[in-house]
Write a protein that binds this ligand. Structure first.
Ligand SMILES: NC(=O)c1ccc[n+]([C@@H]2O[C@H](COP(=O)([O-])OP(=O)(O)OC[C@H]3O[C@@H](n4cnc5c(N)ncnc54)[C@H](O)[C@@H]3O)[C@@H](O)[C@H]2O)c1
Length: 455
């Protein structure tokens, strides 16, 4: 099938590449000329396991093209996927300017039937606004072309995006019941048939329910994280081990093991903004989502916990002290630094007067870019970007771990001990066992694992 993807970011690029992999003829559009040039020169703008190979294979096969040509993009696909960003507006609601600009472009150039697929995460009711934007452009030109707006939210996880897209748990599609909606239903069904061969994974619903489902999913996941973080802080106080508690509750099938990890708070491009946007939608309907307000407040506090543990151990004044930081991306297997807890931790250490040496397996360039936005030149001068994890440790008072990269899980502890000034680890992701660390001669500070200080 001929498909256009509008917005070649994490979601757009993965969607485009994976749909091309299934044999579709895909046209990826972006307004960012640099990004398109990079892709056309064989580069990849993001780190995502397996993506580079899929993009290269499908470009070579002629099934995947990248362009900034709006008119050509509209002419190409019968299915027009909108996968542009929906960042938070100043009041926390989803900023729909990019989605509506994409819709306007479609209306401006389309001359035949189109299915417009909202893949971006958009608040309930957005499909109606997309429809109105397209219709207004068609009316200006006096064009009577028909179209349907479909909601098909994306559930991929950064760091496993290709795998998630190719083997989805579920595909959510919302269509309306107009004749155009029926036609769109048929085309979407055809597009997703290869994903349903083993068993049916598609949940068909109305457009508003599909839009809502995406927010409900992210809100639930963020809730589990904040719940565990709040309990972890209490566990620290009462001398319990949150990891033991996690196993103890996760084995109940009604609870399950997933997404129960205490840590340094959630970040990324989705949970923070989607929780906020859902709260904002509720407020528009005079409803206060008390749980989600708490989820957000707990997370904001949690991002400070690691730095507070450092301050508690070394005192408010960190001047003259140096710290090693492992992990900058908001989670492993990505270079995404959006809302990353490491940004908060680094700022706390610098505010205390410290210097830091930082390392991340893939996010170094992106980290430098965002930290330059966050920090002053004087603060930036107190950060050293190291080339290996071990290279961060020299003369450091302690090692602080913020992201749970696999490469950090079994490090050479003897080397860490001999490189650090003091054998102290602050582990924001509970990678290690307190008892094992104690035996290895480390002073170990996890999240919700203060059992060590009790024994
Ligand atoms: N990143 C994720 O893990 C993830 C997962 C599921 C859903 N989502 C949702 O998908 C959407 C996109 O997220 P993302 O992380 O891919 O964003 P992104 O910022 O990585 O990419 C968005 C791209 O859209 C381009 N763009 C903006 N306006 C455009 C226009 N008018 N025409 C063409 N291109 C345009 C930008 O230049 C950018 O390259 C968001 O709504 C997000 O919430 C993201």
């Amino acid at each position: 099938m001929k498909i256009t993807i509008i917005g070649t970011g994490y979601v757009g690029l993965v969607t485009g590449a994976c749909l091309a992999e299934l044999g579709n003829d895909v046209f990826c559009l972006d307004v960012d000329q640099k990004k398109i040039d990079l892709l056309n020169n064989g580069g990849i703008p993001i780190h995502e396991p397996g993506l580079e190979e899929v993009v290269a294979r499908n470009r070579a096969a002629g099934r995947l093209q990248f362009s900034t040509d709006v008119a050509a993009s509209v002419a190409h696909g019968c299915l027009q996927f909108i996968a542009v960003g929906t960042p938070p507006d100043e009041d926390g609601s989803a900023d729909l300017q990019y989605v509506l600009a994409a819709a306007k472009n479609i209306g401006k150039y389309m001359t035949e039937f189109k299915v417009i697929v909202d893949k971006s995460t958009v608040p309930v009711g957005t499909a109606d606004r997309v429809k109105a934007a397209v219709q207004a452009e068609l009316a200006t030109r006096g064009d009577a072309s028909k179209f349907s707006v479909v909601s098909n939210p994306e559930f991929l996880k950064e760091g496993a995006a290709v795998e998630d897209f190719m083997r989805p748990d579920r595909i959510v599609i919302g269509c309306d019941s107009t004749p155009e909606g029926e036609k769109a239903h048929g085309l979407m069904k055809k597009l997703y048939t290869p994903f349903n061969r083993n068993h049916e994974r598609t949940f068909w619903m109305d457009v508003r329910s599909a839009e809502f489902t995406k927010y409900a999913a992210n809100a639930m996941l963020a809730t589990r994280i904040s719940f565990m973080n709040e309990l972890a802080n209490l566990a620290d106080q009462v001398g319990a081990d949150i990891e033991a508690v996690r196993h103890g509750i996760g084995s109940d099938p009604r609870i399950g093991h997933s997404f129960l990890y205490a840590g340094a708070g959630y970040g990324g491009s989705c949970f923070p903004k989607d929780v906020q946007a859902l709260e904002r939608t509720a407020r528009q309907y005079d409803q206060d989502l008390l749980i989600l307000r708490a989820v957000e407040a707990v997370n904001d506090k949690q991002k400070l916990v690691l730095g507070q543990k450092v301050v508690k151990r070394f005192g408010e004044d960190l001047s003259g002290k140096h710290f090693a930081v492992w992990g900058l991306a908001f989670k492993p297997n990505t270079d995404d630094m959006r809302e990353a807890p490491a940004r908060v931790l680094i700022k706390q250490l610098l505010d205390g007067g410290a210097t830091v040496a930082v390392y991340d397996p893939v996010a170094m360039t992106e980290a430098k870019r965002v930290l330059e936005l966050d920090l002053t030149a004087e603060e930036m001068a107190r950060i050293r970007f190291a080339t290996t994890p071990m290279d961060t440790l020299t003369a450091a008072e302690a090692l602080v771990i913020v992201t749970e990269w696999k490469a950090f899980r079994s490090p050479d502890f003897d080397r860490i001990k001999s490189s650090l000034k003091q054998a102290i680890i602050f582990d924001g992701r509970n990678l290690f066992e307190p008892e094992v660390m104690a035996e290895a001669g480390f002073e170990y500070h996890g999240i919700g694992r203060s059992i060590l200080t009790r024994v």
